[in-house]
Design a protein around this ligand. Structure first.
Ligand SMILES: *Cc1c(COP(=O)(O)O)cnc(C)c1O
Length: 406
């Protein structure tokens, strides 16, 4: 793992050594030095309600529910501790934990639009984000324009007087395209438009979009934050004002409650996030480089390989990369894709990603033999590179690639 640790990223290092905003301080000390009994693992407050000593105390809490634990559909101390660490990670005023990444996306967009408004969105964003704009919000009179997003002028040209939100994701799902996040956020700010970015891929360990002027970062906490493929969660990070608005409107209304045990598991996962991300990055680079030089591979889309079309942009944004990328098998035959997938022994055949295990998801998975598969989809394969030894993963791929005969 050479290059990218040299600080090319403009959004500043996540960790400034010993200071109170260092990742180490946030993870191991922030709001925990008074844990009961000096507990190293914070308590799990698995309770739905909280009681008060007096009428006055009860009333004070109820009138400021955003800042008090009254009922776990609103706040819970285990949830809040996790949120405080997530907010500090991103340099955000506040972070809100919700029940899934899709809830985070929906809340962050819906909070700022009403009937007649318009959203500009990157076309290859996570599919449920695209469905929200293409199918769900039109029922309420909210319009949208999908853009490729790589060319900033195209994004700016799509802005209308009624545009309220620009929705970004870098890199985009499956296609791994990268926007000029800082330039777009700057143009949006001038026009009073909110920018939202899905930062699930890089995590706050490798990228802090709020430091480049983005208003809101959303995450699927089901991926690296837990890191063990055992929780489903979402995170919204932004200014105190924006997150309080989302909490009062969408969160309390739609009831996308994070379970305290999920928050506790996430907190446990976060403790090892920095070291896991370094390992995913190192492994992914090794596997991506191997695949790139393989005769049965047509191309690899990993943002931190020099062959990526937005490599320089990726280097300026990301301090490192995650374990998720895609590649194209050098074949036009469906049978090759099926045989390759079935031959893998270490890679598990599954959706989602972000745990310690390596996964494979062929884009052709929704098709049957004899179907007319779009030729650009057929050979496209997404992998998540986990924490296994990269040499073992490469050996597994090497033998599976023998099944690809072209
Ligand atoms: C998985 C994922 C989501 C959705 O998160 P859930 O927790 O599954 O709801 C959103 N964005 C990206 C980039 C994802 O990979």
């Amino acid at each position: 793992m050479e290059q990218q640790w040299d600080g090319a990223a403009r959004n500043g290092p996540a960790s400034s050594s010993s200071e109170e905003n260092s990742v180490s301080y946030i993870l191991h000390h922030l709001n925990e030095d008074d844990n009961p009994f000096g507990a190293v693992s914070p308590p799990l407050y698995q309770t739905s309600i909280f009681s008060f000593k007096s009428f006055a105390e009860f009333r004070d809490a109820l009138t400021d529910e955003v800042n008090h634990s009254v009922y776990t559909r609103g706040n819970n101390p285990t949830v809040m501790l996790t949120e405080q660490k997530l907010a500090a990670f991103d340099g955000a005023g506040r972070a809100k934990l919700v029940s899934s990444g899709v809830a985070a996306i929906s809340h962050a967009v819906m909070a700022f639009v009403k009937s007649g408004d318009h959203v500009v969105c990157v076309r290859d964003c996570y599919d449920w984000g695209a469905v929200l704009l293409a199918k769900y919000l039109p029922r309420f009179g909210v319009k949208h324009t999908f853009v490729d997003g790589v060319d900033t002028a195209e994004v700016i040209d799509a802005i209308r007087p009624e545009t309220k939100v620009i929705y970004l994701e870098s890199p985009t799902t499956l296609t791994f395209k990268i926007q000029d996040v800082e330039a777009i956020a700057g143009e949006a700010k001038k026009r009073g438009i909110k920018t939202v970015i899905d930062n699930t891929w890089a995590t706050p360990i490798f990228f802090n979009p709020l430091k480049l002027g983005v208003d809101i970062a959303v995450y699927s906490g089901s991926k690296y934050f837990g890191g063990a493929s055992d929780i489903v969660a979402g995170v919204i990070a932004g200014s105190v004002e924006d997150i309080n608005l989302i909490q009062k409107q969408e969160f309390l209304q739609l009831g996308t409650v994070p379970d305290p045990f999920m928050a506790w598991l996430m907190l446990r996962g976060l403790r090892t996030l920095p070291i896991r991300m370094k390992a995913h990055y190192e492994n992914a680079l090794a596997v991506a480089r191997y695949l790139e030089n393989h005769p049965r591979i047509e191309s690899v889309a990993y943002p931190l390989l020099p062959s990526h079309p937005q490599y320089e942009r990726a280097r300026s944004l990301f301090r490192g990369g995650s374990g998720l990328f895609s590649f194209r098998l050098a074949t036009k035959r469906f049978a090759d894709v099926i045989r390759f997938t079935d031959a893998l022994k270490l890679f598990k055949r599954a959706v989602s990603w972000g745990g310690y295990e390596s996964l494979v998801l062929p884009n052709a998975i929704k098709y049957y033999e004899g179907d007319d598969i779009p030729p650009e989809r057929l050979p496209l394969v997404r992998v998540h590179i986990g924490l296994e030894e990269s040499a073992d993963l490469i050996a597994d791929l090497e033998s599976a690639l023998r099944e690809v005969t072209g």
